[in-house]
Design a protein around this ligand. Sequence first.
Ligand code: ASP
Length: 437
Amino acid sequence: MNTIVCKFGGSSLASAEQFRKVKEIIQSDPARRYVVASAPGKRNAKDIKITDLLYRACAAAREGRPYEEILGTIGGRYDGIASELGIPFDTASEMEALRQHLAISPDPEFCASRGEHIGAKLLAAYLGFPFYDAKDGIVFRPDGTLSARRTDKALGEGLAGLPCAVIPGFYGAEENGRIRTFSRGGSDVTGALAARAVHAGVYENWTDVSGMLFCDPRIVQDPQTIPYVTYRELRELSYMGASVLHEDAVFPVSAAGIPIHIMNTNRPGDDGTRIVPALPAGYRMRTVTGIAGKKGFSSILIEQSMMNSTVGFGAKLLAILASYGVPFEHCPTGIDTMSVVVETAHFTEHREEILSDIQKELMPERVLVEDGLAMIAVVGCGMVASRGCAARIFRTVADAGINIRMIDQGSSELNIILGVDEADFEDAIRSIYREFR
Ligand code: ASP
């Protein structure tokens, strides 16, 4: 039996009703042995996440403002869940430990970690599973970065002694015991690390959506769910704004070849999305797996006769950008022109200096900066070596009356990126969706 690691997000653990659904899911498959828990999230749109309340309490303590009321709200959430589920749980001593910490040396990372810590203890009590404290298995360096190697060893050894366990997400500790957290949404990372440490057959990530969508539902109404996506496709889509998992959650499992299954706690019968190293044999691959995109890009176009024979021209241009810490996204070139696409937000601060350095060092005939560009990535391993795919994209966008301002096809052929005016962004995505859905 292949072990399953399940991570439940904040909305899956927001109330007693959600806890019940989680228990049912865990009990329906004995392979679901290790459970990673987020802190209770929002029960409705107006609610506040426990993690946010904890950050607020910590900020209040640091600034000498009262925080008792916030602690009351936090304790009340856990108490409410425990009493509704009918399990004895000592919320008061957990809250007292937090209160003592706040009174002496309020540390935001420690405070925020208590959301997962207390919630996971409560879930462990409800499931009848042992509680495994993430501080003993997730190892951070003093600079706040994860030590992947030491984590793999400590977590692997710690969990090997337990037939099953509930593990709080989001935090770990330095070797001296100081609690450290990942960035927001980091319980996804804990789940991935646990899956790798126990050599899980699959990492199930339970959330409140039935998987990853073909494109942004705010742009296209009810887009299809993506049944399978490869790690590489996911990387391309996430980079362009499709958010489904914490970015750092993919590498630990992809390196170990462990598939991730995104599932919906509220609709456990739905297929969800499987993130896999390679598509399964016999799966009818779609040409396009998904579409993602972002606004807020600028293009810097440089014109210089005989550029094509001037060795080092491009290197100098990129070095200027690098010297101001501006990463470039794309770099389409012509014979006597070269443009670099950058995120406007990165470029704005040193715009004048960068343009003046370009004038001084490259002495171009013309420099033109255009803002208001949007980038759209059409991603799919089905496009690799497939004829006519680019033509279909360009035709459908042209038929929608949209001018394409930049085209870039990654050499992996896994994606085609289009640059369009920001005003055309949504229409372009809709037209590509209609063509490939
Ligand atoms: N509770 C943390 C947050 O709200 C971590 C997580 O839920 O993954 O960001």
